[in-house]
Design a binder for this molecule. Sequence first.
Ligand code: FES
Length: 144
Amino acid sequence: MYSEKVMDHFMNPRNVGEIADASGVGEVGTAQCGDIMKIYLDIEDGIIKDAKFKTFGCGSAIASSSMATEMIKGKTIQEAMEITNKAVAEALDGLPPIKMHCSVLAEQAVRSALLDYAQKNNIEIEGLEDYDFSDEHLHDMPEE
Ligand code: FES
């Protein structure tokens, strides 16, 4: 049911923890299952130098946050904005349809941390203003 990559990132999650004095912190949750994900970013000169996470949730959510933090490290803010939940799920060699919403949590947590960074620094990040952080987003996810 789960790919080897999902199992690997669940059993040996990368980047677990927090960053003291993080440039941006994002926390999202879903009423659907009650899971919570928190992502910390260290951003310098527009580059994500480090990313850590704490996830109180299912195995797919842990694997998704582990993969998402790996994917955004070293990237620019705009590059990180392009990483969707689909990209995270694909990097994990797929998630079962019923678990796709767990990867949405990772997408939202990264964007929420970027929003925190933008607000703290009084900057605008393209694509963030109209991003939907609501739970509706999760329910509307096509189950493919
Ligand atoms: Fe809720 Fe996975 S079941 S995030």
